[in-house]
Design a binder for this molecule. Structure first.
Ligand code: SAM
Ligand code: F21
Length: 273
């Protein structure tokens, strides 16, 4: 595809995000029925268990964890904050960085109460649920920065953001496929973020399968690259990763709540070659 067409596709995606509404997004995806901790088949326990296992099974270590495209969410780093001493959250939009900063400052005004997520991760770690406050304190202690990011740039973060060696681990959830105009752009973005990772470092990638759109707010319809498991595996391999594990969750019918057409969620643990 010629350069101009690539630039136009990326610009069109950026324009879609100008009306992204963090509070609505959190409401759509991170409250019941999708975020129902009482349901055995809920996606929340599944995702949090995937992240807990990936961070704690012994091969992931180092100093610095970077979350790419954090949005207004924190669930994705609640296990990792126990393994790493420094955590950088990133997002393309200032409204999302502001939402994360409000939580970090702990002065109220957050759009979602993350306590149930913190309690669940504490249970996964064998702690009593009431240890959630210590976990919140740990998370606030290790988050060192909340920075702008653009996965379509060959250098997604500002220079000098990371140590020369790169990050020890990246996590990225529902970002690349929902910000890319097509599959080649998704694969290029995977390569771009891979340059932030040290050789031998790990990527924990969570994303949507079969999704062609989602609502990022009332009337804010955002196109998504519909991915299959095979495409995820191929893109990881093409962009210099070795796949360690791929897990897939198929959304129960009653979790199709009209905010997207996602059919499943994948969890990939991969290592940069
Ligand atoms: C579907 S949300 C995912 C949020 C969160 N990670 C989660 O798990 O729900 C996609 C995020 O990608 C961000 N984004 C949009 N364009 C981007 C870009 N070019 N590079 C990086 N992130 C981008 C949006 O601001 C939004 O927060
Ligand atoms: O898997 S979710 O249902 C979920 C969470 C986020 C998203 C989707 C699905 C699908 N559309 C994405 C658009 F990018 C965003 N989930 C919501 C509850 S907590 C765990 C994650």
């Amino acid at each position: 595809m010629e350069e101009k067409a690539k630039e136009n596709g990326i610009a069109a995606m950026a324009a879609c995000y100008q009306k992204f509404d963090p509070a609505a997004y959190l409401q759509y995806n991170y409250t019941p029925p999708r975020a129902d901790f009482a349901r055995k088949d809920s996606i929340v326990p599944w995702k949090l268990a995937c992240l807990h296992r990936a961070f704690t099974e012994g091969d992931v270590s180092g100093e610095l964890l970077v979350d790419i495209g954090s949005g207004p969410t924190l669930y994705q780093v609640m296990s990792g904050c126990e393994v790493f001493n420094k955590l950088i959250l990133t997002d393309f939009l200032e409204v999302n960085r502001q939402e994360l900063s409000r939580w970090l400052q702990n002065e109220g005004g957050c759009s979602l109460d993350w306590t149930p997520y913190l309690e669940h991760v504490c249970k996964l770690e064998g702690k009593r649920p009431s240890a959630w406050q210590e976990k919140a304190g740990r998370l606030r202690h290790v988050i060192s920065d909340i920075l702008p990011v653009d996965v379509h740039c060959s250098q997604p973060l500002a220079p000098e953001t990371l140590p020369l060696a790169g990050a020890d681990c990246l996590v990225s959830c529902f970002c690349l496929e929902s910000v890319s105009p097509d599959l080649p752009a998704f694969t290029r973005a995977l390569g771009h973020i891979g340059k932030l990772l040290r050789p031998g470092g790990h990527l924990l990638l969570i994303g949507a399968l079969g999704e062609s759109y989602y609502f990022g707010g009332p009337g804010v319809r955002i196109p998504v690259v519909p991915l299959s498991e095979a495409q995820v595996c191929d893109s990881l391999k093409e962009s210099g990763y070795t796949l360690i594990r791929l897990e897939v969750y198929t959304l129960p019918q009653d979790m199709h709540v009209g905010v997207d057409d996602v059919t499943g969620v994948f969890f990939a643990k991969a290592k940069k070659e």
